[in-house]
Design a protein around this ligand. Structure first.
Ligand code: NAD
Ligand code: DAU
Length: 345
């Protein structure tokens, strides 16, 4: 028997890249749905990402931290389900300073699970990542495979998953976990490879490719990712984990070449730089488990890249506001040894 529709969701991290895409898509797709967003508005989150939503009666926004039990209680008491996107999400930042990752990604998830337990929510969905499997030399990761995270970021995401599992086992919280692959599209903060490379190309700045650029990722267009999360939320089996990937294994060099092609910029902008420490060279997912729920990715890598480049070209002010002093401070620290022309003066 299928579940009665969820009417009111708490979406944590709903002002970030994927969370805001989820909010936009679900409010458009489900006319009776209400969403409350709880978001701390870190450097990665912004109300600008939700500004396209005009039906304000169905969207409430609370600025707050998922680690703050009182704020979570207020936001969670009237909802049917929590969808947890809130996290520190950038691997390179976790290699520079991991404390906030442990706090938000692990402790924050615990606070949300406590609320789901206390208010007897009908679903708790944890948005996790394919990075929890670690580097995959051959074959594809299935949901029952060992978790072998290798960066501080992926270790905190794996830690959060362990808590989700424990709350399912100990307290029968109706949990779900999605392990999505590398996601790209509009509104992505310009620090991840695709959004960084597009905006650097538009600024005629070098595209810093780690190592020899042979590391591959399974790039997933953001609309496909949020569609999968909604599918699992509404039709997934409580207690289960679902891989979400497009099957598009693309190297760093191919990302750079595709960006330069669609931006109409020269190959001379490619710049090979020092490799990421502990770089996972490959992730690859087996997505057989989610298929019977009726989900598959629809947007090919090249189509998604075209849409994304077009969006960044049209939203110049949005990304320029994010590439200001604090951003370049982080950039200098992360990409040490870049020539002077690689950073705007
Ligand atoms: P993002 O960094 O763009 O957004 C994160 C959001 O969480 C921001 O709005 C931020 O303000 C908010 N946030 C951070 N700390 C918070 C806290 N303590 N309390 C409340 N809000 C807080 O991240 P994203 O790329 O949209 O990723 C969203 C989720 O999806 C994350 O959990 C991430 O691990 C997961 N994920 C991301 C990808 C990807 O490729 N981007 C792929 C798979 C899974
Ligand atoms: O796979 C899911 C994960 O994808 C999510 O869980 C993370 O939140 C998200 O940030 C992303 O992590 P990655 O490490 O895969 O993404 P990133 O864009 O940082 O790097 C993708 C690849 O590109 C990786 O092989 C490193 C390389 N890279 C990255 C940057 C930022 C470069 O070559 N140069 C760069 O400047």
């Amino acid at each position: 028997m299928s579940m009665a529709p969820l009417r009111h969701l708490l979406v944590t991290g709903g002002a970030g890249f994927i969370g805001s895409a989820f909010v936009r898509q679900r409010l458009a797709a489900e006319p009776d749905l209400r969403i409350t967003v709880l978001d701390k508005l870190t450097y990665a989150g912004s109300l600008e990402n939700l500004a396209e939503i005009t039906d304000s009666r169905r969207l409430a926004f609370i600025q707050g931290d998922i680690c703050d039990r009182a704020a979570v209680d207020r936001a969670a008491k009237d909802v049917d389900a929590i969808v947890n996107f809130a996290a520190e999400s950038h691997v390179d930042r976790s290699l520079l300073e991991a404390g906030e990752f442990v706090q938000t990604d692990v402790y924050g998830t615990h606070v949300l699970l406590e609320a789901a337990r206390r208010y007897q929510h009908r679903r708790f969905l944890q948005v996790s990542t394919d990075e929890v499997y670690g580097h995959v030399a051959s074959g594809r990761s299935a949901e029952a495979d060992r978790l072998e995270p290798r960066s501080p970021y992926s270790a905190t995401k794996a830690g959060a998953e362990m808590l989700v599992h424990a709350y399912r086992q100990s307290f029968a919280v109706p949990t779900l976990v999605t392990r999505g692959s590398n996601t790209y599209g509009p509104y992505q903060f310009p620090e991840k490879i695709i959004s960084l490379f597009i905006t650097n190309a538009l600024q005629d700045l070098p595209l810093p490719i780690y190592g020899d650029g042979s590391a591959v990722r399974d790039y997933l267009y953001v609309d496909d990712h949020v569609d999968a999360i909604a599918t699992v939320l509404n039709n997934g089996e409580p207690g289960s984990v679902y891989n979400v990937g497009a099957g598009a294994e693309v190297s760093g060099v191919t990302v750079a070449d595709t960006v330069l092609e669609f931006c109409g910029k020269p190959a001379s902008l490619k710049q090979f730089v020092k490799d990421r420490p502990g770089h996972d060279y490959r992730y690859a997912l087996d997505v057989e488990r989610i298929r019977p729920l009726g989900w598959e990715s629809r947007v090919s890598f090249r189509d998604g890249m075209r849409l994304t480049v077009d969006w960044y070209k049209k939203h110049d002010a949005w990304w320029r506001r994010r590439k200001e002093a604090d951003f370049w401070k982080y950039y200098r620290r992360n990409y040490q040894g870049l020539p002077s022309g690689a950073i705007p003066q």
